[in-house]
Design a protein around this ligand. Structure first.
Ligand SMILES: [Zn+2]
Length: 301
């Protein structure tokens, strides 16, 4: 039943949203201005699909309903190239800002759009800005109620905007009536979890550190790593947003011009596949387990 962790590829994920939808930039970009902004998602997705094809990599694309609705052909290309289409919700609202009813409406809206486009059920979800944690684990139950099977939304680290540092670092089911959680990669060092899944850290720190972290997760923890990035991260020419706080500006723009080359090295140095395939055994065990015992914590990796 269990595939050997050493032979499993890592899981590659892309959060499909444009630069003007990023939570850290939200204070300077009113939501009702989104439609008037220059959208760069199509060209960036094309480049990503090309990179993946050149390196025989497959990935899971956690896609906003808002984007899928406006750029259906770009989303079809993702599906046609053999990648997994999954949900990033509709309007990129942090789950921490939503009531259970509003959250449910947001994910159902996205799911309808994505399933119409792909012709297959959506199985996975990632919360905008990893906004599921200790205070809103009910969201995992809502995900299951609408037919989803897994989430990759709880980042077990300390961060000023998100994170649940005490959460498990491996596949687990935080609430018995909820979906399976497949957390973004972290490195356990000196009693702390360090982020190792991508984002600003991947652009800021030397590539060799990221490679070492991913190697260590495989060697020490014997589990695949979940890595993520965004289409706007390979786009150094994106329009600059004026008025940002210094910290947000730094995090968003640091080393964008280095990202594409780094991503290529990452694709060459490791084997990558879609979430639903990398964690197929965990997903199957979760369904079985949930039916048989309703146990709270499933670990098969
Ligand atoms: Zn996002």
């Amino acid at each position: 039943m269990q595939m050997q962790a050493a032979t499993r590829p890592n899981a590659l994920t892309v959060d499909v949203e444009d630069y003007f939808q990023v939570s850290a930039l939200a204070p300077c970009i009113p939501r009702d201005s989104w439609d008037a902004r220059e959208c760069r998602i199509e060209r960036n997705l094309d480049r990503i699909l090309e990179l993946f094809e050149q390196n025989a990599a497959h990935a899971t694309f956690f896609t906003l309903g808002w984007i899928a609705e406006r750029y259906p052909r770009a989303i079809r290309r993702i599906v046609d190239a053999g990648h997994e289409l999954a949900s990033h919700g509709y309007g990129h609202e942090r789950v921490t800002d939503l009531t259970p009813a509003a959250f449910r409406a947001d994910i159902e809206r996205a799911q309808g759009i994505l399933e119409d486009l792909s012709g297959t059920p959506v199985r996975g979800y990632r919360a905008p800005s990893f906004s599921i944690g200790e205070g809103n684990l009910w969201a995992l139950e809502v995900l299951r109620e609408v037919g989803l099977e897994y989430s990759s939304s709880i980042y077990p680290v300390h961060h000023d905007h998100y994170g649940m540092p005490q959460a498990p670092r491996h596949p687990h089911r935080p609430v018995s009536a909820g979906v399976l959680e497949l957390p973004p990669a972290t490195l356990r060092m000196a009693g702390r979890n360090l982020p190792a899944a991508g984002g600003g850290y991947f652009r800021l720190l030397p590539y060799a550190l990221s490679r070492r972290a991913l190697n260590r997760i495989r060697a020490v923890d014997a589990m695949p790593a979940v890595f993520y990035f965004h289409p706007w991260e390979i786009d150094p020419e994106q329009p600059r947003v004026p008025g940002l706080a210094a910290r947000s500006r730094f995090r968003h723009y640091v080393n964008l011009h280095r990202m594409e080359a780094r991503l290529e090295r990452l694709l060459q140095d490791f084997r990558w596949d879609r979430m639903d395939r990398v964690f197929a055994a965990d997903l199957a065990a979760n369904t079985e387990h949930a039916q048989v015992t309703g146990d709270g914590d499933v670990r098969t990796a």
